[in-house]
Design a protein around this ligand. Sequence first.
Ligand code: NAD
Ligand code: MG
Length: 396
Amino acid sequence: MKRERLAILGASGSIGASTLDVVSRHPERFEVVALTAQRRWEVLLEACRRFHPRWVVLGEADAAGALREALRREGMATEVREGPSAFAEVARHPEVDTVVAAIVGAAGLPPAWAAACAGKKILLANKEALVLAGGLFMEAVAKHGARLLPLDSEHNAIFQALPPDYDRNRPDDFGVRRLVLTASGGPFRERPLETFPDITPQEACAHPNWSMGRKISVDSATMMNKGLEVIEAYWLFGLPPSRIEVVIHPQSVVHSLVEYRDGSLLAQLGTPDMRTPIAHALGFPRRLEAGVKPLDLVRLGRLEFARPDVRRFPCLRLAYEALREGGSAPAALNAANEVAVAAFLQGRLRFDRIPAVIEATLAQLPRRELDTLEAVLEFDRLARDRAERVLGREGA
Ligand code: NAD
Ligand code: MG
């Protein structure tokens, strides 16, 4: 049987590592043909030794040069490409069947878009792409016959709990009443609110249940991650915001649920380990061994659920508001959040001021209809500029 040819975008990250781990368990089924990273060439070198891809792409030219030299010394034939446009080139390459879109942030949109327009099978972790350009992206997927499978654990759970022929344009025909996204509540679910100004990047990146990249870890701590996921769910599954609910579930074992008209609630459960949704999407519709520890229900004992506190997590409210408003508002939300999170990680902004910076940026931006990819990317730049200016006035 011909092996499925994979391009893994964001291969040096947390999702990239989990994907390579699952893929390494099935060498007869998958061939890694392309790997990408922005800068960490040593991680790609190690992956080249294990998977011998045809191409690697690095965003930064210095890193590409270093990797080229190291590969030459080891006598490996992998070709090194560089620069942002090379991400999209491998994503649309005719010798790639499936694209794992695991770049963090808006930078992941152009290559994911290229994959959609080339009709690829896309395993999507990069939720920001849908937040920025959900309508256009879903149109491109449909128009070019691409196949979109969610890797985000909540959306993968919902995908698993929906009927196989589910059509996002007609949720009511399938009796879907609402979607319930679970959220761990992050590391600060119970931390006294008055200590929020003291939160350090290290504390924010220490998630109780998941080990993830730094940006998404901060998003989980503010719960903007769940807000972005509500928007992601809207585009993937076609339910209005009033029918997408968020519930706190500290154990992160129920990964999300679908409620049907007849009262049934279908959930997907498992050990919190991203290799499960990754293996599900890689193998779909067949199940693959993922190396994940089975869930011991008896040892777990109980599952808890609670309503999120929007005073503690204003980012969740901001995301719902942006989704309800539509147009360019979700793109503005995403850009302001990326700028604010980067500033927090660099020690330029206090944790508790992240939502304020986002809200102030949103208030200052014009509203637009973004009906081309270029318009989205241009608006993203404008929103980042505006967010930087708002930050400048913060004086952290
Ligand atoms: P990470 O920070 O560990 O890795 C990010 C990857 O993106 C790296 O390979 C990096 O080189 C690449 N990258 C960064 N900036 C880039 C740029 N400007 N151009 C090209 N490549 C760039 O992040 P992660 O935790 O693996 O998350 C990746 C994506 O998956 C995010 O969108 C995140 O929201 C989503 N996601 C992650 C998890 C998780 O458990 N980590 C779960 C669900 C969804
Ligand atoms: Mg998630």
